[in-house]
Structures are given as structure tokens and as C-alpha cells.
Design a protein around this ligand. Structure first.
Ligand code: C5P
Length: 254
């Protein structure tokens, strides 16, 4: 995949120069990482599934007027996106206690939170993406107060949409992470949703069985990560239910 200039390579995706100015190609890798890259495995077919799941969600968000960088899927592993200036903050929205919140505050996993909570983490691998407050973000100029308002309102709208989408297919949205960027268009700048939304960056629990259908299967060595991602894709109607061959590539609903 070296036919285009590589702009950036992350743990799960690569960004290439796009076919026209202001666009990029986002390539989904099969790499699964956890613990800031300490744990690493190749999970054949994960990139294909995440490309389709993220496409499905971003297309719906665009349709609802929630602005995203997604333009269109190009092939099994790539999508065309708008080039944005990424804000160096990971935005986490939590509905139910899990993961680092449980560790930090000593809550019991699965406790329903009194209301949805938004957290910010500074994107810096060397520092292990530390938790930061709005004060840090505005004082250090990572985002301005109005930008932060836009980010928080985007995060709440995405949470409302995703909660309903997943509840409709018997999945509880426990928490998720998003990233935002600045889109410059005709002397105007606006904040839009970037990156991806997939089981790599959401916690998704089966409502009936409480089974984990997300990257925690990898983080916690539970096994069955790909089956869980496939299950999410099938429930959303993206993947044909009878299909289980990922070595030959999943048969996808067009
Ligand atoms: O680990 P923690 O509980 O803080 O994660 C909260 C949510 O953010 C989880 O859904 C996790 O998958 C996601 N996340 C992520 N990328 C990170 C850290 C967390 O997608 N670097």
C-alpha cells in the first residue's frame, strides 16, 4: 500500500495523501494494541470490520447533521476523509462505570452513572495519554473555550445517537472515545468529528448476556475478539449473518 504518500501512521490506522487537496485516505490495519502499545497482535480481518462499522456510524451521523470527516468508503480497508487539524485531545463519554474510571475511583464495574460523564485525555503516547481538565486544555491552547463547547456538544449528540443505535440491537453503550478536528473551508473553521467509531474505541455489552463485544476481549485476554466485532457488524445489519470466513474476506452487504 505504498502507492501514495504516507502522512501519518498510528497504532490501528494509516493516513495517506488523498486524491484531491483537502482529502486523505484512512486505511484500517489489523493491528490490535493495548496498554499504550505494550500488547500487540495482528487480528486478521479486524481492519475490514472496523472500516465498515465506522462507515456505517459516520454515514448516519452525517445524515443527522452531526459533521464528520467521513466522505465515502473506497474499498475493504480504506475510506476517503476530509483533512482536518486534529485537536490533541481524546474525548471519552461514559454512561456506565468501566475501565480506567473503575480503577481511578474504586467504583464497581457496571454501575450506572448518575449522568453521562465527559472526560478529556491529552494525546501523548510518551505520557500515557493523561487525564486533563478543561482548564488544562484552554490554558495550554489545545482548544479554545468556544471550541471546547462545540466538542462537548458533539460528544453529547454522538452519545445520544450511539446509545439508541446500539440499544436497538440489544447492545449497551458503556463508554466510547472520539477525536475531533478543525475543518478549514472558505475562510471558515468548524469543529467536526474525526478518527473512527468502532469496537476498538467503544465498550459494548450484550444486554442479555452481559458479554463484552469490544476491544476489552483483547485487553483482558478473553479471546473471541473478531467474533465479537463480527457480531456487532451483523447486528447492525452490515454483515450477512451466515458469513464467517474472514480469511477470504467477509461477504458484505452492499
Ligand atoms: O480505558 P478507559 O476506561 O479510559 O477507556 C474509555 C473508553 O475510551 C473505552 O471505550 C476505550 O475503548 C476508549 N479508549 C480509546 N483509546 C484510548 C483510550 C480509551 O479508544 N487511547
Amino acid at each position: 500500500m505504498n502507492r501514495r504518500r504516507k502522512i501519518y501512521e498510528g497504532k490501528a490506522k494509516v493516513l495517506y495523501e488523498g486524491p484531491e487537496p483537502g482529502t486523505l485516505v484512512q486505511y484500517f490495519k489489523d493491528d490490535a494494541t493495548a496498554g499504550n502499545g505494550k500488547k500487540h497482535e495482528i487480528v486478521d480481518g479486524k481492519g475490514v470490520l472496523n472500516n465498515r462499522i465506522s462507515e456505517f456510524i459516520f454515514t448516519k451521523l452525517n445524515g443527522l447533521g452531526i459533521p464528520t470527516h467521513f466522505v465515502r468508503r473506497m474499498n475493504m480497508r480504506e475510506q476517503l476523509i476530509k483533512e482536518v487539524e486534529i485537536i490533541p485531545i481524546e474525548i471519552v463519554v461514559r454512561n456506565v462505570a468501566a475501565g480506567s474510571l473503575v480503577k481511578r475511583l474504586g467504583l464497581e464495574q457496571g454501575t450506572q452513572l448518575p449522568r453521562s460523564i465527559i472526560e478529556f485525555y491529552y494525546k501523548d503516547d510518551a505520557l500515557g495519554d493523561p487525564l486533563v481538565s478543561e482548564e488544562h486544555i484552554t490554558a495550554f491552547g489545545w482548544a479554545t473555550p468556544p471550541e471546547l463547547d462545540d466538542i462537548m456538544s458533539l460528544a453529547i449528540r454522538v452519545n445520544d445517537f450511539l446509545t439508541g443505535l446500539f440499544m436497538g440491537v440489544g447492545i449497551q453503550l458503556v463508554d466510547f472515545k472520539i477525536e475531533c478536528g478543525r475543518l478549514y473551508e472558505n475562510d471558515m473553521m468548524r469543529i467536526i468529528l474525526a478518527d473512527e467509531i468502532s469496537p476498538d474505541n467503544c465498550r459494548l455489552w450484550d444486554v442479555k448476556t452481559r458479554n463484552k463485544l469490544d476491544k476489552d476481549r483483547f485487553r483482558e485476554d478473553l479471546g473471541g475478539m473478531l467474533d465479537a466485532y463480527r457480531e456487532v457488524a451483523q447486528r447492525l445489519g452490515i454483515l450477512v449473518e451466515t458469513d464467517n470466513a474472514l480469511t477470504t474476506g467477509p461477504r458484505l452487504v452492499q
